[in-house]
Write a protein that binds this ligand. Structure first.
Ligand code: C2O
Length: 531
């Protein structure tokens, strides 16, 4: 089936958490944007029109493989020119995975201001639930534009978010008498809530769409049965809480059967706890939503946090996250490490924490600065890009490509830097997590500890602070694909790399890239007139 959608990106003053944000951005007038819904195998067409007055835009369909549709991946400077104000770009791709995710602007720091929305692709299912709820986008939220907040990051002071919102609903404590942007109670949205009917089983589709925060999700007195990681179905496991890094998703089944002690009012907190050391938020309240058994109740819960809720900032243990469809990775890395490459994440030594200095992150020794007017896909043979590339050639004939990212260099500027974990996202592929650790990576020894037999598979995984992350993927998708830290501040200060995969096949496999998309004329003209 062919499904067609129209998204209009624009400016709007919004107040998701009760505090006006004049520099908000919206999709079809709202934050989050509308649900994009399709079935497995569908052909999807999305026409994206940009009405943001001061910037370009692009939309990325997070986690969708874009098999042979690199030009629909939505990364400006890599797979397309930015969509200039007043113009439209049409994305065409196939829904080759099923589950849920989110779409978001991939134009610089635009998504943190509101250009994000949910996506569901229905697939085969055991229907082991009675009712599926629409995705819940969990996000940290900034009252000022992300571009303004980013200035702090550049100066070596990572910004602190103001609150947490669930599907664009939050509650920031402020005083409307003294703060003009603070809305009085009467003008605020009611707290995010879902009505449960006792005995029913609900499917919750969780997404972390944050700028810089990882969360631990839990519901007081309820057990989560986790059935998928990102777009990958897994053997179900039960837990009291689940850690969700930026960009990650989980499907969880929750049985409406609260454990003792029952709450008289029949209300239970949904908690989104900032995981330890993975983000900073001014208001630390973690009771961000309510499960109600009485649809008429408006009372706030008095329930308490579960005793086994784990707030560590790390991916769930690998032995939980076992994909239903197994991938077995060849063990050649044990003796021949690593086929593809070891890359180091670092902060450059340039003036960090000095008054007019800036933070520059990089993978390899070159931060990725993109040329918006000359996206890689349109200039495949430009050798000046080479330092920012990793190249997988068409005759790479091993089953998997290994990508080892280490972050041992984190303090090399000799000043005190807060070590931080990085949620690493790869475009164009699901990857398996061969291993993660917070020790020093050893080329000879570490691969012996890898998990080769049906390891966790997903599209975002944590690079532990001061440690290493080893992933592997099948190089079966010609294109230029970004791999980057999904902390928006880090991606924007260069913590990204392009993977040039099967270069000679890219042009051949992208028949849909029409002549009008082959130049950046529209963008260049707009840019010359406005910036
Ligand atoms: Cu969620 Cu590069 O993307």
């Amino acid at each position: 089936i062919h499904r067609e959608f129209w998204l209009d990106i624009g400016d709007k003053t919004i107040s998701p958490d009760g505090y006006l944000k004049p520099e908000g951005k919206v999709v079809n007038g709202s934050y989050p944007g509308p649900l994009i819904e399709a079935c497995w195998g569908d052909d999807i067409t999305v026409h994206v029109t940009n009405h943001v007055q001061t910037n370009g835009t692009t939309i990325h369909w997070h986690g969708l493989r874009q098999l042979h549709t690199n030009e629909a991946d939505g990364v400006n400077g890599v797979t397309q020119c930015p969509i200039a104000t007043g113009s439209t770009y049409t994305y065409k791709f196939k829904a080759l995975q099923y589950g849920h995710s989110w779409y978001h602007s991939h134009y610089s720091l635009q998504y943190p201001d509101g250009v994000a929305g949910p996506m569901v692709i229905h697939g085969p299912t055991s229907a082991n639930w009675d009712e599926a709820l629409d995705p819940i986008l969990i996000s940290d939220w900034n009252h000022d534009s992300a571009f303004a907040a980013f200035q702090g990051e550049l100066d070596g002071h990572p910004p602190t978010a103001d609150s947490v919102v669930l599907n664009g609903i939050g509650n920031y404590t402020c005083n409307p008498q003294t703060e003009p942007r603070c809305l009085p109670e009467s003008k605020r949205k009611p707290i995010f809530s879902k009505i449960f009917q006792k005995g029913k089983r609900y499917l919750l589709r969780l997404v972390n769409s944050s700028t810089a925060s990882d969360f631990v999700f839990s519901i007081d007195n309820h057990i989560l049965e986790v059935i998928s990681t990102d777009y990958v179905p897994i053997h179900p496991f039960k837990t009291e809480s689940i850690h969700i890094a930026i960009g990650q998703r989980y499907s969880v089944i929750v049985e409406a059967n609260p454990s003792a002690p029952a709450q008289k009012d029949g209300n239970y907190w949904i908690r989104t706890i900032l995981s330890e050391g993975c983000g900073a938020i001014n208001q630390t309240r973690n009771e961000t939503g309510v499960i109600r058994y009485d649809s008429k109740s408006t009372a706030l819960p008095t329930s308490e946090i579960g005793s086994k809720v784990d707030t560590t900032c790390a991916d769930e243990p690998a032995d939980h996250l076992v994909p239903v469809v197994p991938w077995v990775v060849d063990r050649q890395a044990v003796n021949n490490v690593p086929e593809f490459g070891t890359f180091e994440v670092g902060i450059s030594e340039q003036n960090v924490n000095q008054t007019h200095g800036y933070v520059r992150w990089d993978i390899t020794d070159t931060p990725l600065w993109l040329n918006f007017s000359n996206p890689t896909i349109l200039d495949l043979h430009n050798t000046s890009f080479n330092k920012q590339y990793a190249v997988i050639s068409e005759d790479y004939n091993h089953g998997f490509v290994y990508l080892i990212i280490t972050s041992q260099n984190i303090t090399h500027d000799k000043k005190t830097l807060v070590p931080v974990a990085h949620p690493i996202h790869l475009h164009g592929h699901d990857f398996v997590i061969l291993g993660q650790g917070n020790t020093t990576y050893s080329v000879t020894n570490t691969p012996r500890t890898f998990d080769y037999n049906n390891p966790p598979r997903r599209d975002v995984a944590m690079l532990p602070s001061g440690g290493w992350l080893a992933i592997a993927f099948k190089p079966d998708n010609p294109g230029v694909w970004l791999v980057h830290c999904h902390i928006a501040w880090h991606a924007s200060s260069g913590l990204a790399m392009q993977i040039m995969e099967r270069q000679s096949e890219i042009e051949k496999t992208i028949p849909s890239l029409g002549p009008t998309e082959r130049t950046c004329k529209g963008w260049d003209t707009w840019f010359a007139e406005h910036v």
